[in-house]
Design a protein around this ligand. Structure first.
Ligand code: URA
Length: 245
């Protein structure tokens, strides 16, 4: 792999920034100052340093995005802005969203280059918990809460939803707010579950997937790499090159 590509893919800057860093002598390959970004390195064997710190090769890339409203969870779209377009151009290659949020839903979305990671989180068989904060027009009584939690019919021919959890319910006149945790990912599931008890969702935000919560420091549209701890929690896997050495 080219040295400049290695450095952009490991999140050290854009290709033009890397050019400048190399010119300034900030990059070394096996202890020697690099002078040319087009040189080919072996990312599994060569020791690359940037500003005196070893750059660990990551086999795949994993990000959390605070998805804003109005963008679609797709890699390409002819009409709307996509979640991919929120990423720096150098980072977009090979990246795709893990599952989908509706265009008008905001909150936690993972994007990765790792198909296996996506499958493990999104496969209906894995039952990974996803928690959503909702605001809906309508109200919920005890019986409706119990139906939502034990399993509810959201379309005539489908099985009932799996058990879910409702928490932090607040009701005020004709608006109900709260958190719903589900372990499936059916189409418009949260909206349809609430619609089944005559509550019309007007705001929806995903707060967490598995044990990982949306980083509150990220404003809508911002992203960051998942930490090794988060990745390990979700995937039970390390992503740095030591694993392969
Ligand atoms: N459920 C929905 O209804 N919409 C989403 O975007 C996610 C879950």
């Amino acid at each position: 792999m080219r040295l400049d590509k290695f450095l952009t893919e490991t999140g050290n800057g854009t290709r033009s920034q890397i050019k400048v860093y190399i010119k300034k002598g900030l990059v070394t390959v096996n202890g020697s100052v690099a002078t040319d970004g087009s040189v080919h390195i072996d990312e599994m064997k060569d020791k690359i340093s940037f500003q005196n710190k070893t750059v660990l090769y990551k086999k795949n890339r994993y990000y959390m995005l605070h998805k804003p409203k109005g963008v679609v969870c797709a890699t390409k779209d002819n009409v709307s802005q996509t979640v991919l377009q929120l990423f720096a151009p150098d980072l977009q290659k090979g990246l795709f969203p893990v599952g989908r949020l509706d265009k008008d839903t905001e909150g936690l979305l993972f994007l990765t280059t790792d198909g296996d990671f996506s499958h493990r989180l999104m496969s209906p068989k894995k039952h990974v918990e996803k928690t959503y904060y909702f605001e809906a027009e309508g109200s919920l009584n005890t019986e409706e809460i119990q139906r939502l939690e034990s399993g509810i019919e959201i379309a005539g021919d489908e099985p009932l939803t799996l058990p879910a959890k409702l928490s932090e319910i607040q009701q005020d006149k004709q608006l109900v707010k709260g958190c719903l945790t589900i372990t499936e990912g059916r189409f418009h599931q949260v909206k349809r579950m609430l619609q089944a008890v005559d509550c019309h969702v007007v705001y929806l935000k995903r707060l967490s997937i598995g044990q990982v919560s949306l980083d509150e420091k990220l404003v809508p549209g911002e992203y960051r790499e998942l930490t090794e701890t988060e990745l390990h929690t979700l995937y039970n896997k390390k992503n740095v090159v030591e694993e392969y050495k």
